[in-house]
Design a protein around this ligand. Structure first.
Ligand SMILES: *Cc1c(COP(=O)(O)O)cnc(C)c1O
Length: 361
């Protein structure tokens, strides 16, 4: 079975982890600083702070930005639960917004006036055009779980050119992995400081009082990454360009070979000043469930990204409006199917996926 996504782990990734295991630090050691420095340099942000996973990274971003009770955070309905859950973890509320059918990203024109925060999800790895955001809310967070390695005309996703904070995930299906893992980048030293404290219980060391003394003015959590994970993350991050290039090559082949079939190909960036991160290759196809089953019998795994958040009672009160409030998300959801997309796919695998799809329509 060819899965829809999987990690690419080489011997040097394994050796990087083994080296940490033979050393002195298993958590909060030098491998953490190395990953943070490398990530900040890679995405051209001043600061990077790593977390146990991408969900924890989004939670910390909301906490560091001071979101809390009474605040409302808007995000796309076509995303993973974590993009909205982060609001609720800090006592705020989320409100869901329909997508732009041309990008499958949040329709920025529908972001309600007067909200406190926006979580802009770069769906499938296609960056949201945040330069076009009018009525900028107090806090803008990019959910770049799909988009590490992507570029906008203003530089790499993660440089926070039009946001306060950018969150990443290093889950194995994402572009680079540390097993579980995540990070937040920012250019604001105070936000970076808050992020660091939040991941470690909110602890502030006060060596001027005593070497061991600390205070906790604001509560935090334990969402630390281990040094084994950080070493894997750094090793993987060194391959980011190659990984994203291979993903884009596979996308090129798909676009070329699937052109003319009775499917809709995923949205593309506006021009060459953008680079797609290609976490997913979500085609749109009629009779999606039948096609998915046919593909499975032919050895090709697929996934649907996502069951829209407005369909989950944890995230949307049906009293606030049914599916008719999200017509473009609903129309996409009926047809979306993510076909295999990851650098470890061989050219033969890509050919097999294409043939299986042709035979399944
Ligand atoms: C994967 C993902 C997350 C959360 O990342 P984890 O590391 O799995 O916690 C958040 N948002 C989006 C859009 C994702 O795809």
């Amino acid at each position: 079975m060819i899965p829809y996504g999987r990690q690419s782990i080489d011997e040097d990734d394994i050796q990087a982890v083994v080296k940490v295991l033979r050393g002195d630090w298993l958590t909060q050691g030098p491998a953490i600083d190395e990953l943070e420095d490398l990530l900040a340099a890679t995405v051209e942000a001043r600061y990077a702070v790593v977390f146990a996973n991408g969900t924890a990274a989004l939670h910390a971003a909301c906490a560091a930005a001071g979101l809390g009770s009474g605040d409302v955070l808007a995000t796309s309905s076509l995303t993973f639960a974590a993009s909205a859950a982060c609001a609720h973890y800090v006592g705020a509320r989320s409100t869901l917004v329909d997508i732009d059918p041309d990008t499958l990203n949040i329709d920025l024109d529908l972001v309600p006036d007067g909200i406190d925060a926006l979580v802009a999800v770069h769906y499938a790895g296609l960056p949201v055009d945040l330069a076009a955001l009018r009525n900028r809310p107090r806090v803008v967070i990019e959910d770049a779980a799909h988009a590490i390695g992507a570029q906008t005309p203003d530089g790499p996703v993660g440089n926070c050119a039009h946001s306060d904070l950018t969150a990443f995930s290093f889950h194995p299906v994402k572009t680079i992995t540390s097993g579980e893992g995540g990070a937040v980048t920012t250019n604001d030293p105070d936000l970076a400081d808050s992020l660091r404290k939040f991941r470690h219980h909110g602890i502030e060391r006060r060596p001027e009082i005593a070497s061991w003394y600390y205070e906790i003015p604001e509560m935090g959590v334990n969402s630390r990454l281990t040094d084994m994970q950080a070493a894997l993350g750094s090793s993987q991050l060194g391959k980011l360009d190659r990984f994203v290039a291979r993903r884009n090559d596979i996308a090129e082949t798909y676009r070329h070979e699937l052109d003319g079939l009775d499917i809709r190909l995923p949205p593309e960036p506006a021009d060459e000043t953008w680079r797609h991160g290609r976490h997913l290759f979500p085609i749109r196809v009629a009779e999606r469930d039948r096609v998915a089953d046919e593909l499975r019998t032919r050895g090709v795994g697929t996934q649907v990204h996502y069951v829209p958040l407005h369909r989950h009672s944890a995230y949307h009160d049906p009293a606030d409006g049914g599916p008719e409030r999200f017509p473009h998300t609903e129309a996409a959801f009926a047809e979306l199917l993510s076909i295999p997309m990851y650098p470890a796919l061989s050219d033969d695998d890509v050919t097999a996926v294409i043939s299986a799809l042709e035979a399944s329509l």
